[in-house]
Design a protein. Structure first.
Ligand code: F6R
Length: 614
């Protein structure tokens, strides 16, 4: 999704902005641009394609020295108008006085545009953003107000979700940031300020940040930062300290972030559990939940909402909450929960799962749950993100920054947190200490078991090569591994562009089986668990119809080799924990196939890391 970056200070803005855009590349985008305030006017450079193409384009202009210490920049993920140089941000207002970058959507831009057209404003792009630039110019000129006031007055007329960054050439010492829905962070340096969609472009410059809340405007003027609301109320600055280290944002010798993040899973699983597992007591410590003991005890049901991978991890969690805590649980698309009249009561707990903490659909679901007076819990990886701040109580994944668009280490951490939460809620109810201890002990082995799977990465690479020419794939699993199968299919399709369907294995004979032939292989998750015999039958049914099968099976299972065409072994563990291990070889499989097919693995086409629009 779009990314915004801004700099105002004593350094040259251009290199800071370009580096910032590179840091935001992981979010997914189709064009990039920069505007610099130099010698009283804006220089705007923008290009369809990668940030590297923008840099090349600027380099070819042979500019000896960028004088400006003020600038804004953008990576665009097209919503209004095709990806093109013309539609790329930044956008200038008609008289060139104002420049803006924008993440999100201005819903009523057409009606505003109509009014501006009548006033003879001209538009060079198809974007909603250019409309906002001209609206701000119009207000600034007619009301004769400062740029921050013009932005505020303009936003009173605007509906939608957005984060914007605005400069005016008449006020070279001012930068204005505002947001509703989409994220914006201000970094405070020594005599300089950084603005970005998330903290990744800021980490290398300063650890002091202010996360803007919805309907807030940050005004950086003459070296000072002030915050007010769109309704003109002054707010106190809440400065937070960033924990992210710069090394965490680099590839560290791996060819892709996705592979690095897959290989980080032993460590991310360790970090997810660190200081939280109390084996002796058969309990879990979640600092963020401590204040809510009474409410958590009285929960009678749970609704989990999430999107994409996070929703699939929720499907694993659903089984865990019912088995360990005996709490009826359902999993919904956040987007649906936000708009349908979900029937809930005061004893229905709400869990939002989100790696980025910025997914617009999930954030909307949290708002709706709060409106319904539900206790809202968040399972979020990015500290200080919008969802983390919106929920009543939360559990951070501590999986570390995830840069590749395809979620890997955050997803295994999500499953782990949900199982830990099921133990936590279970211990408030009927779950015995002995059973909890058994699970917790086994959980602590997971990082080592994940390491064992990663040691076999080369075997999975060979398998990926063998299957890389197929155009279709089924991923099948039962019970805890039904959600895992869906996740495996999503991983393959998003990275390799191979059509893949993830379904509960039992569903196969109710229709999908008709698709099976020798060119339509299936990956079946079939560990030695309560569903093993059923999974075996599923494999036989596929084989009987000429289909090829890769089985993900428990180490030591020789029998499966005689049924399936290929086998990927995962170590033996408790049934409830198998999906965490099953995720890993499927991630590697998707990764290696995508590499084999020559795809841009970290930034698959058409996708964005942080989906901040509905
Ligand atoms: C797939 C993937 C997406 C996200 C989904 C939700 O690999 O990453 O499906 O899981 O967009 O994102 P978050 O977890 O940030 O809310």
């Amino acid at each position: 999704m779009c990314g915004i970056v801004g700099y105002i200070g004593k350094k040259q803005a251009y290199p800071v902005l370009i580096k910032g855009l590179e840091r935001l590349e992981y979010r997914g985008y189709d064009s990039a641009g920069v505007a610099l305030l130099e010698n009283g006017a804006f220089s705007v450079y923008k290009k369809k394609g990668k940030v590297a193409e923008l840099s090349k384009f600027v380099k070819n202009k042979n500019i000896k020295n960028f004088s400006g210490g003020v600038g804004i920049a953008h990576t665009r993920w097209a919503t209004h108008g095709i990806p093109s140089d013309r539609n790329a941000h930044p956008h200038l207002s008609n008289n060139g006085d104002i420049v803006i970058v924008h993440n999100g959507i201005i819903e009523n831009y057409l009606s505003i545009k109509k009014v501006l057209l009548k006033k003879n404003y001209k538009f060079k792009s198809d974007t909603d953003t250019e409309v906002l630039a001209n609206l701000i110019e119009d207000i600034k000129n007619n009301a004769k107000v400062s740029i921050d006031e013009a932005v505020r007055l303009a936003l009173l007329q605007v509906t939608g979700a957005y984060a914007i960054l605005v400069l005016s050439k008449d006020e070279p010492n001012t930068m204005v940031v505002a947001k509703i829905g989409s994220p914006a962070v201000v970094g405070i340096g020594k005599g300089e300020f950084f603005v970005a969609s998330d903290a990744t472009p800021i980490v290398e410059h300063t650890k002091k940040v202010v996360y803007l809340e919805d309907r807030e405007i940050a005004i950086i003027k003459n070296g000072k930062l002030r915050i007010k609301t769109i309704d003109n109320k002054i707010k106190n600055l809440y400065v937070q300290k960033l924990e992210t280290k710069i090394e965490e944002l680099e590839k560290n010798g791996f060819p892709h972030f996705m592979l690095k993040e897959i290989f980080e899973q032993p460590e991310s699983l360790r970090n997810t559990m660190r200081g939280r597992i109390l084996v002796d007591k058969g309990g879990i410590k979640f600092g963020g939940l401590e204040k809510f003991g009474k409410e958590l005890r009285s929960l009678k049901s749970l609704t989990i909402t999430a999107m994409g991978t996070a929703r699939f991890t929720g499907l694993v969690g659903e089984y865990a909450f019912e088995e360990l805590a005996k709490i009826p649980t359902k999993v919904e698309y956040s987007s649906e929960f936000a708009y349908r009249d979900a029937s809930v009561d005061i004893n229905t707990g709400f869990i939002a799962i989100s790696q980025s903490g910025e997914t617009a659909d999930t954030l909307n679901a949290v708002k709706e749950a709060k409106r319904k007076n539900m206790l809202t819990l968040g399972v979020v990886n990015v500290i200080g993100s919008s969802i983390a701040r919106a929920v009543d109580a939360g559990i951070y994944n501590h999986a570390g920054p995830e840069t590749a668009v395809a979620s890997t280490k955050a997803s295994t951490s999500q499953v782990l947190i949900l199982i830990m939460l099921a133990v936590y809620l279970g211990r408030m109810r009927d779950l015995s200490k002995a059973k909890a201890q058994e699970i917790l002990k086994e959980m602590q082995r997971l990082p080592n078991l994940a390491e064992k799977i990663l040691k076999n990465a080369n075997e999975i690479k060979k398998l990926a090569k063998k299957y890389s020419k197929n155009n279709n794939f089924f991923f099948l699993g039962r019970k805890y591994n039904a959600g895992a199968a869906m996740e495996g299919a999503l991983k393959l399709k998003e990275c390799s562009y191979i059509h893949a369907e993830g379904i509960n294995a039992t569903e196969l004979k109710h229709g999908p089986l008709s698709l099976i032939d020798k060119n339509f292989p299936s990956l079946v998750i079939a560990p030695n668990d309560s569903m093993y015999e059923k999974s075996k039958t599923g494999i036989q049914e596929i084989k009987a119809r000429g289909g090829r099968v890769i089985a993900v099976a428990t180490e030591g299972n020789r029998e499966i080799k005689t049924i399936a065409d290929d086998v990927i072994y995962i170590p033996k563990t408790l049934e409830i924990l198998t999906p965490i291990l099953a995720f890993i070889p499927m991630q590697l499989f998707a990764y290696y196939i995508a590499v084999e097919r020559g795809n841009d693995v970290d930034k698959p086409r058409n996708l964005a890391k942080s989906v901040t629009v509905e």
